[in-house]
Design a binder for this molecule. Structure first.
Ligand SMILES: Cc1cc2nc3c(=O)[nH]c(=O)nc-3n(C[C@H](O)[C@H](O)[C@H](O)COP(=O)(O)OP(=O)(O)OC[C@H]3O[C@@H](n4cnc5c(N)ncnc54)[C@H](O)[C@@H]3O)c2cc1C
Ligand code: SF4
Length: 471
């Protein structure tokens, strides 16, 4: 069985083809083409089938990567799909947008002397082939269990939890304040990384499976909102997966000038922007060095900006985002100004320039991150639009939902019991960014799946108690 494998020595790594930068600058379509069947088999056959697969250990879902690579390399694509989808609710999405260089591929054993197996590209290929062949079906329950589950938030954590609980036979209701489901998969991550028809396809499967969506329905405060208390009383158990949406401020002079905008507000309307969010013809400065900042740089380029400069306080090696995304941004024309932080946004009514303080790297902290200190020198960049991409914090849910017993950490993320996903409120579970802080889609899926198991155990126990009481 291993005969067609171990080809990393003779077969070079090939990544899925990217559209030329000049073409992709002009639209918001995905930049990668999928593998052909020949490419997928060839690239899968590079796997060394090592005894301890570090790729799996560094995949938050623990995907059985070497096994589905072997199946893909030996033309057994349906089995490859069944195996890959057994641990991942949305493999075609992860294959596209996981930062593989920091997760599975970055830990591939052959990566020490050769280039890693292109795991993400193969994962996407396997699932797309499954969709084309009609192998992807709604995960229907065998029996209805007569218990109701409420989920607040329809991002990847909420959707993964819904799929797993519905498959077990629960009546699942998702409450989402936006008009459409998907969370940041739809309202955040740009189309050039993930086209929205890929998200729609999954939502349709969930609807067919019987998951009930209540769209445009806020939980919490506001005239049309449902209170947390009323939702809690309506369901046997609840899952909170509301993400993190409070944009961090730069805390510098001039932050309220016209033309200084928040990253997510810019990204949400990037393909059809209001004038204040349109970078066309403008000199744009993006502040931040994570994946959101890269998405802003690349969206501003697509809108037709005159020049886009990304300012980051550390250096290239210490950027928090995916290397691949930085490379894509540079290919498309983004300029990077490292070791600098904004000191003031300058202008009368509208922003005209950004004054920067130059920084140098200091000592490493306990997490291995280098501190930064100002060098004392300053520079200035002309700007008629500044996009702040400095990260996100959670909303204060206990006050917003009038539920002081809902325990939070010092970061205002929800506290959950280790590995059990249960909050301080019995029967109320939580996962995804609202627990981890701004994180990754694959971690949100892992939490959604893990919480579904924990909620199932809770409901089984509850049912056993009910039977005991009735006897
Ligand atoms: C611009 C951007 C780009 C990113 N790119 C990547 C990437 O390339 N790869 C990657 O892995 N990760 C990426 N991420 C991170 C990833 O999107 C998140 O980690 C992930 O979406 C978190 O999932 P979630 O389900 O916890 O929350 P979310 O996706 O944020 O979903 C939460 C949902 O809850 C809803 N909601 C919130 N409060 C309420 C309420 N009171 N009532 C009803 N509904 C409510 C929200 O409207 C939202 O739909 C990116 C993030 C951003 C901002
Ligand atoms: S889910 Fe993400 S980390 Fe896991 S194998 Fe797929 S691409 Fe790699």
């Amino acid at each position: 069985m291993t005969e067609p494998m171990l080809r990393f020595v003779s077969q070079p790594q090939k990544r899925p083809t990217k559209r030329p930068a000049i073409k992709r600058r002009a639209d918001f379509k995905e930049i990668y083409k999928g593998f052909s069947i020949a490419q997928a088999e060839e690239q899968s056959s590079r796997c060394s089938q090592c005894g301890i697969p570090f790729c799996s250990a560094h995949c938050p879902l623990g995907n059985n990567i070497p096994d589905w690579l072997r199946l893909a390399a030996t033309h057994r694509l349906k089995e490859a799909y069944l195996l890959s989808s057994a641990t991942n609710s949305f493999p075609e999405i992860c294959g596209r947008i996981c930062p593989q260089d920091r997760l599975c591929e970055g830990n591939c054993v052959i990566h020490k002397g050769f280039e890693s197996v292109t795991i993400g590209g193969v994962e996407r290929f396997i699932t797309e082939t499954a969709f084309q062949n009609g192998w992807v079906e709604p995960n229907y329950p065998e029996n209805e269990l007569g218990k109701k589950v409420g989920i607040i938030g329809s991002g990847p954590a909420g959707l993964a939890c819904a799929e797993n609980l519905r498959a077990k036979g629960y009546e699942v209701h998702i409450y989402e304040r936006q008009a459409q489901a998907g969370g940041l998969l739809r309202y955040g991550i740009p189309g050039f990384k993930l086209e929205k028809n890929i998200v729609d396809r999954r939502i349709e499967l969930l609807k067919k499976q019987g998951v009930i969506f209540h769209l445009g329905q806020e939980i919490g405060e506001g005239p049309k909102a449902l209170s947390f208390d009323s939702i809690r009383n309506r369901y046997d158990t609840l899952f909170i997966a509301t993400g993190v949406y409070q944009a961090r401020r730069a805390h510098v002079q001039g932050e309220d000038l016209k033309g200084v905008v928040k990253a997510l507000e810019f990204l949400i309307q990037a393909e059809n922007p209001e004038p204040d969010y349109n970078a066309k013809g403008k000199k744009v400065v993006v502040i931040g060095g994570g994946d959101t900042a890269m998405d802003c740089v690349r969206s501003a380029i697509r809108q037709g900006a005159q020049k886009v400069t990304c300012v980051y306080r550390r250096d290239r090696e210490n950027m928090p985002g995916s290397r691949q995304e930085v490379m894509n941004a540079e290919e498309e024309g983004g300029i990077f100004h490292f070791l600098a932080a904004p000191e003031a946004f300058i202008g009368h009514e509208s922003v005209e320039a950004v004054r920067l303080k130059e920084m140098r790297l200091g000592v490493m902290d306990a997490n291995g991150r280098r501190a930064v200190d100002p060098t004392g020198t300053h520079t200035q960049l002309d700007a008629d639009m500044v996009i702040c991409a400095l990260g996100f914090d959670p909303e204060d849910l206990p006050s917003k939902w009038n539920e002081p017993k809902l325990a939070v950490t010092s970061w205002k993320t929800l506290s959950v019991k280790d590995q059990h996903y249960e909050t301080s409120l019995p029967g109320v579970f939580a996962g995804g960014d609202i627990v981890r802080g701004a994180s990754l889609v694959v971690w949100a899926i892992a939490d959604g799946r893990g919480a579904a198991e924990a909620m199932h155990k809770y409901l089984v126990k509850q049912a056993a108690q009910e039977i005991e009481e009735a006897l």
